[in-house]
Design a protein around this ligand. Structure first.
Ligand code: ISE
Length: 334
């Protein structure tokens, strides 16, 4: 590992990407296009994924995610492998002295999430940025700035319409998708969620089309998180009702398309299009934090708390009861 702030500024950051399906390949392309980044290698057990990225970007490719997570010739890795592999890979990378951008969710169990926290706390400082990229989305950034003179937050409405075209089990809907909205409520309000009542509609097997989670916040404000696994079109919006005014994120700024018989503004086909700038800004900020030698942005603690609330939402959905979200003490490094 190279150290020293001056050196960092002059040298490119050598990055590996673990898991190059849709999300990881998007990161690989984004990172390869940034200044001061050498995309050194990618790893994915599925060879066709590797072939596509190495052919397009000319980096090395392999099939062993753990080998890349512990490759000390790298400075940093992106973890974009299946959700239940994130914790072990993040711990291995932390122990190998690498900087990490870990896709959400941090983990699929609280036990795994705590193991990652323990690894960072054992090191004494943050090493990981979590992929809650909405914090970098221009509309969300502006919303947070506008809230400065909107007064006390009374309520938040977070609406998320997904374009996944397959039915997912409840744990995945909440753990992979609503986890973003849960984090949004936390970073926008600066408050913790203290209880959750969740309702599902459009049931099929272990799945719902639509989930509504009504969350109480510490101040007594509430947040309504509404998720729709519509299967087509993608939209995310957040509205904050403040004592002195409301603020609402709009769609990403796009050209208006006029055709005979229709005039339409942009509706995202998927999250890559809707949040293109957010992902780019996130990856840019991650590289800058590595150059500065200090992890910034959403942390593993944010990932752990988001999963804590995910479990409360699932419990409320399955029991029909309101669930108290137990307070967890935050280690000093966060
Ligand atoms: C997906 O995994 C993402 O991370 C997207 O940001 C989110 O909007 C979508 O619902 C998830 O399935």
């Amino acid at each position: 590992m190279r150290v020293g702030a001056t050196l960092w500024r002059m040298q490119n950051v050598r990055v590996g990407v673990i898991g190059v399906g849709g999300m990881g390949s998007f990161h690989a392309h984004t990172l390869a296009s940034l200044a001061h980044v050498d995309l050194a290698a990618v790893a994915d057990p599925y060879q066709p994924n590797v072939d596509k990225v190495t052919a397009a970007l000319g980096c090395a490719g392999g099939n062993d995610p753990m080998a890349l997570a512990t490759d000390e010739s790298l400075d940093a890795v992106v973890i974009a492998s299946p959700d239940d592999t994130h914790a072990d890979l993040a711990i291995a990378a932390i122990n190998a002295g690498l900087w990490v951008l870990c896709e959400k969710p941090l983990a699929t169990t609280m036990a795994d999430a705590f193991r990652v926290i323990d690894a960072e706390v054992g090191l004494g400082s943050r090493r990981v940025q979590l992929g809650f990229m909405r914090e970098y989305d221009p509309a969300h950034v502006q919303l947070v700035a506008e809230l400065r003179d909107a007064g006390r937050i009374d309520a938040i409405r977070a609406v998320h319409r997904n374009s996944n075209d397959r039915r997912r089990p409840i744990a995945q809907i909440v753990g992979q998708s609503m986890v973003h909205d849960i984090h949004s409520v936390r970073f926008i309000s600066g408050e913790e969620i203290t209880s959750v009542s969740a309702f599902g509609a459009g049931a099929a097997d272990d799945s719902y089309r639509h989930i509504l989670a009504v969350c109480q916040l510490e101040s007594g404000a509430h947040a309504m998180v509404e998720f729709d696994d519509a299967g087509f079109a993608y939209e995310v919006s957040v509205e904050v009702l403040g004592a002195d005014g409301d603020v609402l994120t709009g769609a990403p700024v796009r050209a208006v398309r006029r055709r005979k018989g229709s005039v339409d503004t942009f509706i995202g086909p998927d999250w890559f299009a809707w949040f293109a700038e957010a992902y780019r800004a996130q990856d840019r900020a991650w590289i800058a934090s590595i150059q500065a030698g200090e992890a910034t942005g959403p942390s593993t603690w944010d990932g752990l708390i988001a999963h804590h609330v995910v479990e409360a939402v699932i419990q409320s959905l399955t029991t029909g009861a309101s669930v108290v979200v137990e307070h967890l003490g935050k280690p000093e490094i966060y």
